[in-house]
Design a binder for this molecule. Structure first.
Ligand code: HAM
Length: 410
């Protein structure tokens, strides 16, 4: 017996209805990105491992435990990208986009890889669609980006809540972190194992730990809002005001910190209640210091990414598909005629299946039904058009006449 292969744990085949949903989701994002004048960037799947260490952060779960890393044949230490922002910033700097002046709005899509514990809505290979804006410090960009994602999720008819927070500028964030560490140290022994490590490596992450005892302790922890500079508070107020003014509903969550180190100021998450614990469907924020940290010029920036697999779980209705016609040659003598006809209907952009499998009339009709044919054309000495819903039949001698009638019906 030959060995049967299985997909690797945490990886998925996306096919059938889910593949249609995938394309529909991506198309909906892309169309809206273009409405907002974002340009596409197609990024590598593999990057230097230190790019992620320097951006996502040495102490984050992603870098500590979740990256797919290997040494390539040239001895380079590389990683399958766990997210898209780092590569996008690397490209922005490396391709010297900043030298063109103005500012840049980019979007990308594709597979990301994280060695996480797989569960519903969490996979080791998953797909993100995201966008980044480089070179804009105005809060207007934060509002526009959040509003765009909000709109796309509405177009997809998904129920969600939007949570927002601010981490302040680099200095406010630093001051806050020392206050937080001081507080957490008092409860060190009651925190979960992970959080005990996080106090020293990534204390902000303790705030969104899901373990009950940790949640209880952090309830009374100092809040980031208490450490914000006047400018950071004003900035956040303006964002909230503007979101309200354009009808974007949100909840302020002072505990929202995100799992990647590069954020400053605004952070946000779009969360669904319907898909269990992995409910964050899109998330992002500002990262004004990242370009500089990666050796580029100081560049205020912000962005977001949505998880396509999670959206697939939530999208219920697909837009109606084009009707299908199935062409059935009654026997092999009519193959050439049927081939020619099917080429012609396709040139007219009529979605056509030429029945490729011979069988009894009954079995061929059964196959046509399985394809969900709206019309069937039997090819013999004549052309017979059958409406699969009403059962009505019409006979044609001439291909052109048949195609004209079909076009008028579809
Ligand atoms: P993130 O929160 O790590 O942010 O991921 C964004 C989204 O990707 C999540 O909200 C979720 O929908 C999806 N996602 C993440 N991990 C998985 C997984 N293992 N399985 C399925 N879906 C997953 C980022 O990646 C940032 N780069 C977002 C960003 C862009 N911030 C600024 N610009």
């Amino acid at each position: 017996m030959l060995e049967k292969f299985q997909k690797i744990r945490g990886f998925q085949d996306i096919y059938g209805e889910n593949a249609k949903k995938y394309r529909y989701i991506v198309e909906t994002f892309r169309k809206t990105f273009l409405d907002y004048n974002f340009q596409e960037i197609i990024l590598p799947y593999v990057e230097d491992i230190s790019l992620f260490k320097r951006s996502v952060g040495e102490a984050t779960d992603i870098v500590q435990k979740e990256m797919y890393i290997f040494t390539d044949k040239g001895g380079r230490e590389v990683a399958l990208r766990p997210e898209g922002t780092a590569g996008c910033v690397r490209a922005y700097i490396e391709e010297k986009m900043y030298a063109e002046g103005g500012y840049h709005k980019l979007f990308y899509e594709g597979a990301m890889f994280r060695y996480e514990r797989p569960q519903a809505g969490r996979y080791r290979q998953f797909h993100q669609i995201g966008a980044e804006i480089f070179g804009v410090s105005s809060y207007l960009a934060d509002v526009e980006l959040i509003s765009m994602v909000y709109k796309i999720l509405k177009y997809l008819k998904i129920d969600f809540r939007l949570e927002i927070n601010t981490l302040g500028d680099f200095q406010s964030r630093k001051e806050y972190i020392s206050k937080l560490i001081e507080y957490l140290k008092k409860y060190e022994n009651s925190l979960c194992q992970d959080c005990r490590r996080r106090i020293h490596e990534n204390p902000l992450r303790v705030l969104d730990c899901k373990v009950e005892s940790c949640k209880e302790i952090t309830k009374d922890a100092p809040k980031i809002t208490e450490s914000l500079s006047k400018e950071a508070i004003e900035r956040f107020e303006k964002i909230k005001e503007s979101l309200k003014a354009i009808g974007v509903d949100f909840i302020e969550n002072p505990r929202l910190v995100r799992g990647l180190d590069y954020y400053t100021h605004t952070v946000f998450e779009f969360i669904s209640q319907e898909i269990g614990s992995q409910g964050t469907i899109a998330a992002g924020g500002r990262y004004d210091n990242l370009a500089e940290q990666l050796g580029g010029p100081p560049t205020p920036a912000l962005g977001f990414a949505a998880g396509i697999e999670r959206l697939i779980l939530l999208v219920k209705d697909l837009p109606p598909e084009k009707p299908l016609i199935v062409i059935i040659p009654l026997n092999q003598n009519y193959y050439i005629q049927a081939l020619k006809l099917s080429e012609k209907t396709r040139e007219k952009h009529i979605q056509t299946e030429l029945l490729l499998k011979e069988g009894s009339l009954k079995s061929m009709l059964k196959t046509a039904n399985k394809f969900n044919a709206k019309y069937v054309i039997f090819v013999s000495d004549k052309l017979e058009l059958k409406d699969m819903t009403s059962g009505d039949q019409e006979i044609f001698i001439n291909e052109e006449d048949l195609i004209d009638v079909l076009l008028s019906k579809l």
